[in-house]
Write a protein that binds this ligand. Structure first.
Ligand code: BES
Ligand code: ZN
Ligand code: ZN
Length: 463
């Protein structure tokens, strides 16, 4: 999708369809000065909040695609809705453009192009007074939108073609041409380091596990922010095999890892003056003669033993080693991002990721970053009362409750487990399973959403 600028609608070319807003719910087309106008119903102007604006930006592109319009023009002044008076122009331009780019994406890699071509919008002309601030915002929005689409592409590629070694290769490709350095630890290095948790989960797969390390140094000697992403390239459940229906989308179980990879490369492209590290333990969770078994006890990098009572609770197991590894960097903040539990969908539905942190200020910060970015999050408690649930019978920690009902508080048990490995630095856990794929009304294509990359990039900018 290309972007162009025009000072007024008078200078637009004939083939460009201008978008105008109407206070209804319909789409009409009229002709003005020999040019087509798309009248898009948006409801009442005074009802448009920041949340609704994000959806509106996507609706513009979706509608244009449905009518196979290739070139559209939007007047930025039309977006100054009464409830959005506080938003600055750069922020507005960036938010609109990134959502145009997100709405234009579809996962077409494995489809034959139809005779009439893809539906994508090719060009958006922005009508505004010539303004350097707006141009900067537009450029930023393009960077963010395209990087998130690249993240969605990684997550959407089927498990057979997105194995741990391929994911590691993709991380290198994503970092190419940026100031991000990428280091990969293979099975040999992980064995030498005693990363028994990652190695245990990976045991059943023919594909070697990979530990992906991305480093961006834009902040001199400052302590880094470390992002940790779950990189399960396919989660069959292992010997605690998932039912067929639940297994179907599990090639996207590396969505957290993909978000981390692209948040780090995006930070480099935006030339943030920060030090940032990305860690992605990448494994495939498979049943086979060599799989880790229910009852196995793994020795993690931290030295703590993990009693595996369900091989399908594998994300927390691999993240345990990654969270311990994060200590090496003496981080000022660690954030892990994982499609960790189905229970988070039961708790929150499809509109928000669950967050957990022992730090009240970080909780408040993440709530705000969620609101502003559109990657909404909602907190759950990390109270010590829950620690009982993750005490092992035979090992130090069990990956599901060893005693008591395993169906209660599944999100919290996942977060509580991770907390045991994240006590030496400020930490936030994001269980993004609810946002792995879009909710109805998101106006995003089928497949991965790219969440919570937008939140992460806002965090890296601000924190
Ligand atoms: N990857 C899944 C969680 C998941 C489910 C993500 C649905 C996205 C959509 C995770 O590894 C898992 O299987 N969790 C189990 C944990 C249980 C065994 C305690 C779950 O949620 O059922
Ligand atoms: Zn699982
Ligand atoms: Zn999983």
């Amino acid at each position: 999708m290309k972007f162009a600028f025009a000072a007024s609608s008078g200078t637009l070319k004939k083939e460009v369809v201008e978008v105008e807003f109407k206070e209804n719910d319909l789409v009409f087309f009229t002709i003005k000065d020999g040019r087509k106008i798309m009248e898009l119903g948006i409801g009442k102007r005074e009802d448009i909040t920041r949340r609704k604006l994000i959806i509106l930006a996507r609706k513009i592109i979706e509608t244009a695609k449905n009518y196979r319009i290739k070139k559209i023009a939007v007047d930025f002044n039309e977006f100054l809705f009464p409830k959005l008076q506080n938003i600055d122009w750069k922020d507005l331009a960036s938010l609109l453009v990134q959502n145009f780019v997100l709405a234009n994406y579809e996962f077409n890699r494995y489809k034959t192009e139809p005779k009439e071509g893809w539906k994508h919008v090719e060009e958006v002309t922005i009508i505004s007074a010539p303004d350097a601030v707006i141009k900067k915002g537009v450029q930023k929005g393009i960077f963010i939108g395209e990087e998130i689409n690249a993240c969605r592409e990684l997550a959407n590629i089927p498990g057979g073609e997105m194995t741990p070694p391929i994911l590691a290769q993709k991380a290198k490709e994503a970092a190419k041409g940026t100031k991000v350095s990428v280091k990969i630890l293979g099975k040999k290095e992980m064995t030498a380091m005693k990363m028994g948790a990652v190695l245990g989960v990976a045991q059943g797969s023919v594909h070697e596990p990979q530990f992906i390390i991305l480093e961006y140094k834009g902040g001199g000697k400052d302590a880094p922010v470390v992002l940790v992403g779950k990189g399960v390239t396919f989660d069959s459940g292992g010997l605690s095999l998932k039912p067929s229906d639940s297994m179907l989308e599990m090639h996207m179980d590396m969505s957290g890892g993909a978000a981390v990879i692209h948040a780090v490369t995006l930070a480099a492209k935006l030339e943030l003056k920060k030090n940032i590290v990305g860690l992605v333990p990448a494994v495939e969770n498979m049943p086979s003669g060599s799989s880790y078994r229910p009852g196995d006890i793994l020795k993690s990098l931290s030295g703590k033993t993990i009693e595996v009572l369900n091989t399908d609770a594998e994300g927390r197991v691999i993240l345990a080693d990654a969270l311990t590894y994060a200590e090496k960097f003496k981080p000022r903040l660690v954030v892990d991002v994982a499609t960790l539990t189905g229970a988070s969908l039961i708790a929150l539905g499809e509109h928000a990721s669950a967050i957990m942190t022992p730090d009240q200020n970080l909780e408040t910060l993440f709530r705000r970053l969620g609101e502003e970015s559109g990657d909404y999050v909602w907190p759950l408690p990390l109270w010590e009362e829950y620690e009982e649930n993750i005490k092992g019978n035979m090992g130090d920690i069990s990956n599901i409750p060893a005693n008591g009902n395993t169906r209660y508080g599944g999100v919290i048990n996942g977060g509580m487990f991770l907390y045991q490995f994240a006590k030496n630095y400020p930490w936030v856990h994001i269980d993004m399973a609810p946002r792995m794929t879009p909710a109805k009304g998101d106006r995003l294509a089928r497949g991965a959403t790219g969440a919570p990359t937008q939140l992460l990039i806002k965090l890296l900018e601000e924190y």
